[in-house]
Design a protein around this ligand. Structure first.
Ligand code: G1P
Length: 270
Protein backbone atom coordinates (compact mmCIF):
# COMPACT_ATOMS: atom_id res chain seq x y z
CA UNK A 1 0.00 0.00 0.00
CA UNK A 2 1.33 3.43 -0.96
CA UNK A 3 0.89 6.92 0.46
CA UNK A 4 0.78 9.49 -2.35
CA UNK A 5 1.60 13.14 -1.64
CA UNK A 6 0.77 15.49 -4.54
CA UNK A 7 3.22 18.41 -4.42
CA UNK A 8 3.47 19.77 -7.95
CA UNK A 9 1.20 22.80 -7.53
CA UNK A 10 2.37 26.31 -8.33
CA UNK A 11 1.75 27.81 -4.89
CA UNK A 12 0.02 30.79 -6.50
CA UNK A 13 -1.63 31.99 -3.29
CA UNK A 14 1.80 32.48 -1.67
CA UNK A 15 3.50 34.44 -4.44
CA UNK A 16 6.00 36.07 -4.35
CA UNK A 17 7.22 33.84 -1.45
CA UNK A 18 6.87 30.80 -3.70
CA UNK A 19 8.62 32.29 -6.73
CA UNK A 20 11.92 30.52 -5.99
CA UNK A 21 10.80 28.18 -3.21
CA UNK A 22 8.10 25.47 -3.26
CA UNK A 23 5.15 26.25 -1.02
CA UNK A 24 5.58 22.80 0.55
CA UNK A 25 8.96 23.99 1.87
CA UNK A 26 7.48 26.93 3.80
CA UNK A 27 8.33 26.63 7.48
CA UNK A 28 5.68 25.51 9.95
CA UNK A 29 7.16 26.04 13.43
CA UNK A 30 10.40 24.05 13.06
CA UNK A 31 10.22 22.18 9.76
CA UNK A 32 8.91 22.52 6.21
CA UNK A 33 5.21 21.76 5.87
CA UNK A 34 5.85 18.71 3.66
CA UNK A 35 8.04 17.10 6.32
CA UNK A 36 4.98 16.72 8.58
CA UNK A 37 3.10 15.07 5.73
CA UNK A 38 5.96 12.70 4.84
CA UNK A 39 6.33 11.77 8.52
CA UNK A 40 2.59 11.02 8.67
CA UNK A 41 2.88 8.78 5.60
CA UNK A 42 5.90 6.97 7.07
CA UNK A 43 4.02 6.43 10.34
CA UNK A 44 1.00 4.95 8.51
CA UNK A 45 0.33 1.44 7.25
CA UNK A 46 1.81 2.42 3.85
CA UNK A 47 5.02 0.69 2.81
CA UNK A 48 6.13 3.53 0.52
CA UNK A 49 5.71 7.28 0.48
CA UNK A 50 5.56 8.72 -3.03
CA UNK A 51 5.77 12.46 -3.67
CA UNK A 52 4.17 13.56 -6.93
CA UNK A 53 6.54 16.39 -7.68
CA UNK A 54 7.19 18.93 -10.40
CA UNK A 55 10.64 18.87 -12.00
CA UNK A 56 11.00 22.54 -10.99
CA UNK A 57 10.87 21.75 -7.28
CA UNK A 58 14.26 20.20 -6.58
CA UNK A 59 14.32 21.71 -3.06
CA UNK A 60 11.82 19.09 -1.93
CA UNK A 61 14.09 16.25 -3.08
CA UNK A 62 17.18 17.91 -1.62
CA UNK A 63 15.41 18.11 1.74
CA UNK A 64 14.84 14.35 1.85
CA UNK A 65 18.30 13.39 0.51
CA UNK A 66 21.35 12.59 2.65
CA UNK A 67 23.91 15.37 3.20
CA UNK A 68 26.87 13.60 4.90
CA UNK A 69 29.16 16.66 4.56
CA UNK A 70 26.75 18.86 6.52
CA UNK A 71 26.21 16.13 9.13
CA UNK A 72 30.01 15.70 9.57
CA UNK A 73 30.53 19.47 9.88
CA UNK A 74 27.79 19.78 12.50
CA UNK A 75 29.22 16.87 14.52
CA UNK A 76 32.72 18.38 14.34
CA UNK A 77 31.29 21.54 15.85
CA UNK A 78 29.46 19.65 18.60
CA UNK A 79 26.03 20.40 17.20
CA UNK A 80 24.73 16.85 17.48
CA UNK A 81 21.05 17.72 17.82
CA UNK A 82 21.10 19.49 14.47
CA UNK A 83 23.25 16.74 12.94
CA UNK A 84 20.71 14.13 14.07
CA UNK A 85 17.82 16.16 12.62
CA UNK A 86 19.58 16.52 9.25
CA UNK A 87 20.55 12.86 9.21
CA UNK A 88 17.03 11.65 10.07
CA UNK A 89 15.26 13.64 7.38
CA UNK A 90 17.91 12.73 4.78
CA UNK A 91 17.29 9.04 5.40
CA UNK A 92 13.51 9.11 4.99
CA UNK A 93 12.41 6.55 2.46
CA UNK A 94 10.64 8.71 -0.12
CA UNK A 95 10.27 8.15 -3.86
CA UNK A 96 9.15 10.49 -6.62
CA UNK A 97 7.03 10.57 -9.72
CA UNK A 98 6.58 13.69 -11.82
CA UNK A 99 3.60 15.68 -12.97
CA UNK A 100 4.82 17.63 -15.97
CA UNK A 101 1.74 19.79 -16.48
CA UNK A 102 -0.43 21.49 -13.85
CA UNK A 103 -3.69 19.81 -14.88
CA UNK A 104 -5.27 19.40 -11.45
CA UNK A 105 -5.25 17.15 -8.39
CA UNK A 106 -6.88 14.20 -10.18
CA UNK A 107 -4.24 14.36 -12.90
CA UNK A 108 -1.48 14.56 -10.27
CA UNK A 109 -2.75 11.46 -8.47
CA UNK A 110 -3.05 9.59 -11.77
CA UNK A 111 0.66 10.29 -12.44
CA UNK A 112 1.35 7.68 -9.71
CA UNK A 113 -0.88 5.03 -11.34
CA UNK A 114 2.05 2.69 -11.99
CA UNK A 115 2.98 2.72 -8.31
CA UNK A 116 -0.12 1.32 -6.68
CA UNK A 117 -0.08 -2.34 -7.87
CA UNK A 118 -3.86 -2.79 -7.73
CA UNK A 119 -3.92 -2.03 -3.99
CA UNK A 120 -5.83 0.55 -1.98
CA UNK A 121 -3.80 3.73 -1.47
CA UNK A 122 -3.69 6.85 0.65
CA UNK A 123 -3.61 10.39 -0.70
CA UNK A 124 -2.25 13.06 1.65
CA UNK A 125 -2.58 16.63 0.46
CA UNK A 126 0.55 18.62 1.21
CA UNK A 127 -1.19 21.73 2.48
CA UNK A 128 -3.09 19.88 5.20
CA UNK A 129 -1.16 18.89 8.34
CA UNK A 130 -2.14 16.18 10.83
CA UNK A 131 0.63 16.43 13.44
CA UNK A 132 -0.50 13.50 15.62
CA UNK A 133 -0.61 11.10 12.63
CA UNK A 134 -3.88 9.59 13.90
CA UNK A 135 -6.25 10.37 11.03
CA UNK A 136 -5.15 7.64 8.59
CA UNK A 137 -5.43 4.85 11.23
CA UNK A 138 -8.94 6.10 12.13
CA UNK A 139 -9.92 6.08 8.45
CA UNK A 140 -8.45 2.60 8.04
CA UNK A 141 -10.63 1.38 10.94
CA UNK A 142 -13.77 2.71 9.21
CA UNK A 143 -12.70 1.02 5.98
CA UNK A 144 -12.06 -2.29 7.78
CA UNK A 145 -15.53 -2.07 9.37
CA UNK A 146 -17.09 -1.65 5.89
CA UNK A 147 -15.47 -4.35 3.81
CA UNK A 148 -12.41 -2.34 2.75
CA UNK A 149 -14.43 0.53 1.23
CA UNK A 150 -12.88 3.91 0.37
CA UNK A 151 -12.91 6.44 3.20
CA UNK A 152 -12.35 10.19 3.03
CA UNK A 153 -11.85 12.67 5.85
CA UNK A 154 -14.33 15.56 5.99
CA UNK A 155 -14.52 18.59 8.25
CA UNK A 156 -17.47 20.88 8.95
CA UNK A 157 -16.77 24.37 7.56
CA UNK A 158 -18.64 27.68 7.69
CA UNK A 159 -21.28 28.07 4.99
CA UNK A 160 -19.37 30.88 3.28
CA UNK A 161 -16.33 28.60 2.88
CA UNK A 162 -17.89 25.58 1.16
CA UNK A 163 -17.04 26.88 -2.32
CA UNK A 164 -13.29 26.45 -1.57
CA UNK A 165 -13.64 22.69 -1.08
CA UNK A 166 -15.01 19.40 -2.30
CA UNK A 167 -18.30 18.75 -0.46
CA UNK A 168 -20.16 15.49 0.28
CA UNK A 169 -23.82 14.53 0.36
CA UNK A 170 -24.90 11.43 2.27
CA UNK A 171 -26.35 9.97 5.45
CA UNK A 172 -24.81 9.81 8.90
CA UNK A 173 -24.84 6.09 9.77
CA UNK A 174 -23.20 6.37 13.18
CA UNK A 175 -21.80 9.34 15.09
CA UNK A 176 -19.05 10.86 12.97
CA UNK A 177 -19.34 8.42 10.05
CA UNK A 178 -21.30 9.16 6.86
CA UNK A 179 -22.16 6.93 3.95
CA UNK A 180 -21.35 9.13 0.97
CA UNK A 181 -23.99 9.48 -1.78
CA UNK A 182 -22.32 12.09 -3.97
CA UNK A 183 -19.48 14.60 -4.07
CA UNK A 184 -19.21 17.97 -5.71
CA UNK A 185 -16.07 20.07 -6.16
CA UNK A 186 -16.24 23.72 -5.12
CA UNK A 187 -20.03 24.14 -5.22
CA UNK A 188 -21.67 27.55 -5.05
CA UNK A 189 -22.75 28.24 -1.47
CA UNK A 190 -26.45 27.76 -2.27
CA UNK A 191 -25.79 24.48 -4.09
CA UNK A 192 -23.66 22.78 -1.42
CA UNK A 193 -25.52 19.67 -0.17
CA UNK A 194 -23.87 19.85 3.30
CA UNK A 195 -21.13 21.84 5.02
CA UNK A 196 -18.87 18.75 5.20
CA UNK A 197 -15.72 19.62 3.24
CA UNK A 198 -13.25 17.06 1.88
CA UNK A 199 -10.26 17.61 4.10
CA UNK A 200 -7.17 16.30 2.33
CA UNK A 201 -6.82 12.72 3.58
CA UNK A 202 -8.13 9.88 1.42
CA UNK A 203 -8.03 6.07 1.63
CA UNK A 204 -9.00 4.98 -1.86
CA UNK A 205 -9.91 1.86 -3.75
CA UNK A 206 -7.55 1.07 -6.67
CA UNK A 207 -10.56 1.51 -8.98
CA UNK A 208 -10.16 5.29 -8.49
CA UNK A 209 -6.90 5.15 -10.47
CA UNK A 210 -8.69 3.52 -13.41
CA UNK A 211 -11.54 6.02 -13.28
CA UNK A 212 -9.11 8.95 -13.20
CA UNK A 213 -7.88 7.98 -16.66
CA UNK A 214 -11.30 8.99 -18.07
CA UNK A 215 -12.23 11.98 -15.93
CA UNK A 216 -12.90 15.08 -18.05
CA UNK A 217 -11.66 18.49 -16.89
CA UNK A 218 -14.11 19.93 -14.35
CA UNK A 219 -14.09 23.01 -12.11
CA UNK A 220 -11.32 25.42 -13.14
CA UNK A 221 -10.60 23.34 -16.26
CA UNK A 222 -8.73 20.86 -14.03
CA UNK A 223 -9.02 17.09 -13.71
CA UNK A 224 -10.58 16.79 -10.26
CA UNK A 225 -10.03 13.89 -7.86
CA UNK A 226 -13.49 14.69 -6.45
CA UNK A 227 -15.07 13.88 -9.85
CA UNK A 228 -13.40 10.44 -9.91
CA UNK A 229 -14.70 9.78 -6.39
CA UNK A 230 -18.21 10.77 -7.46
CA UNK A 231 -17.90 8.35 -10.40
CA UNK A 232 -16.70 5.60 -8.04
CA UNK A 233 -20.02 5.82 -6.18
CA UNK A 234 -21.76 4.25 -9.20
CA UNK A 235 -19.77 1.08 -8.50
CA UNK A 236 -18.56 1.01 -4.90
CA UNK A 237 -19.45 2.25 -1.43
CA UNK A 238 -17.60 5.12 0.16
CA UNK A 239 -17.60 6.46 3.71
CA UNK A 240 -16.62 9.80 5.21
CA UNK A 241 -15.05 10.22 8.64
CA UNK A 242 -15.88 13.57 10.23
CA UNK A 243 -12.69 14.95 11.75
CA UNK A 244 -12.35 17.62 14.37
CA UNK A 245 -10.82 21.04 13.58
CA UNK A 246 -8.23 20.35 16.29
CA UNK A 247 -7.08 17.17 14.48
CA UNK A 248 -5.81 18.78 11.30
CA UNK A 249 -4.67 22.12 9.96
CA UNK A 250 -5.03 23.77 6.59
CA UNK A 251 -1.99 25.73 5.40
CA UNK A 252 -3.34 26.46 1.93
CA UNK A 253 -3.67 30.24 2.32
CA UNK A 254 -1.34 32.78 3.92
CA UNK A 255 -3.90 33.34 6.66
CA UNK A 256 -4.45 29.63 7.47
CA UNK A 257 -0.67 29.00 7.30
CA UNK A 258 -0.05 31.78 9.85
CA UNK A 259 -2.85 30.51 12.06
CA UNK A 260 -1.48 26.94 11.90
CA UNK A 261 1.96 28.21 12.88
CA UNK A 262 0.48 30.01 15.88
CA UNK A 263 -1.52 27.00 17.07
CA UNK A 264 1.30 24.48 16.62
CA UNK A 265 3.85 26.82 18.20
CA UNK A 266 1.60 27.27 21.23
CA UNK A 267 1.18 23.47 21.45
CA UNK A 268 4.94 22.90 21.21
CA UNK A 269 5.55 25.41 24.02
CA UNK A 270 2.90 24.01 26.37
C1 G1P B 1 -8.41 20.21 -3.00
C2 G1P B 1 -9.58 19.26 -3.37
C3 G1P B 1 -10.82 19.60 -2.56
C4 G1P B 1 -10.49 19.56 -1.08
C5 G1P B 1 -9.29 20.49 -0.77
C6 G1P B 1 -8.85 20.30 0.67
O1 G1P B 1 -8.75 21.50 -3.45
O2 G1P B 1 -9.83 19.36 -4.76
O3 G1P B 1 -11.84 18.68 -2.85
O4 G1P B 1 -11.61 19.95 -0.33
O5 G1P B 1 -8.18 20.19 -1.61
O6 G1P B 1 -7.82 21.17 1.01
P1 G1P B 1 -7.64 22.65 -3.61
O7 G1P B 1 -7.34 23.16 -2.23
O8 G1P B 1 -6.44 22.03 -4.26
O9 G1P B 1 -8.27 23.71 -4.47
Amino acid sequence: MKALIPAAGLGTRFLPATKAQPKEMLLVVDRPAIQYVVEEGLASAADEVVIINSREKKAIEDHFSPNPELVALLRERGKDTYADAVETVGNYNVSYVYQDEAKGLGHAVHCAADKIDGEAFYVLLGDVLVPDNQMLPSMQAVSDAHGGASVIAVMPVAEEEVSRFGVIAGQEIEPGVWKVESLVEKPAREEAPTNLAVFGRYLLSPRVMELLADVEPGVGGEIQLTDALDALLQEEEMYALVVDPSDGFDTGTVESWLETNNILYARAKS
